[in-house]
Write a protein that binds this ligand. Sequence first.
Ligand code: BEZ
Ligand code: FE
Length: 292
Amino acid sequence: MTGDAANEHKIAGALTEKALAAYSRIDNARLRELMRGLIQHLHAFVKEAKLTDEEFEIAWALMAEMAKFTGDERNEFLLFCDVTGISELIDVINHSRAPTAVGYALVGPFYRANAPLKQRGESIVSDDTEGDRVRITGRVYDLTTNAPIGGALLDVWQAATNGLYENQDKNQPDYNLRGRFQADDAGAFELAALLPTAYPVPTDGPVGELLRLAKRQAYRPAHIHFIVSAPRFETLVTQVFRKGDEIIDCDPVFSADRNLTGDFRKSNGEFLLRYDFELSPGVSRIPKAPIP
Ligand code: BEZ
Ligand code: FE
């Protein structure tokens, strides 16, 4: 190291220590710990990459651009975390499940709370929605005892065949392709949905540009979202994909998995899916909805 470089190294090190000390008096211990880690890692990244003035300008301009694409209908920051694997990493760390059980999957940016409560067997699809229908039946049960979880709640949502969720598409009725269903005393449920088809994550914003630069394909494999919950059980946030889907291994948000596939079978002109959900004893927590 030259004299100049050694001096720069020393000043940079002292600056990091100063910044760390400046956030060391936060009362909330967890927030204090998170700020410490964040400053340490960001400073290390800037030093290692030798970030230039121009690159820093691009970074903050990019965040301002992401803010422009964030609002009631979508959150570009969450999408950025999804396409860079951060959201999935958080799921992996916080929601490890037995390999034999249905796995966890991203909530995604299009979940809306308070979907209409539906009767057993009802459809979440408005009559004028194009596409094949699928009847879904299954059971919710306790992973540890195999006992049925009577009254478990299933919150279901999916995109239309035009690739849009209802809140992104003014031509769909409010809450189309969304519904909540209660399992009966035997933990059994039944509903009708749209046969899911692949759709792209939004690509008209900065995240789309990033995907293009990385030469990544933007289509998520066909899926239906489920949040399955019951008091005293850990809430299961998951997605059901189609067995045999050709793009299952290149999900732009790293969430699709062969362990999350269902066998959508055609029988007498109708698609059927039989799928069970196992819950582990734990704390019931419904995720925050990214959109109102
Ligand atoms: C979704 O499946 O709804 C989704 C998940 C992550 C990013 C974009 C869409
Ligand atoms: Fe989705």
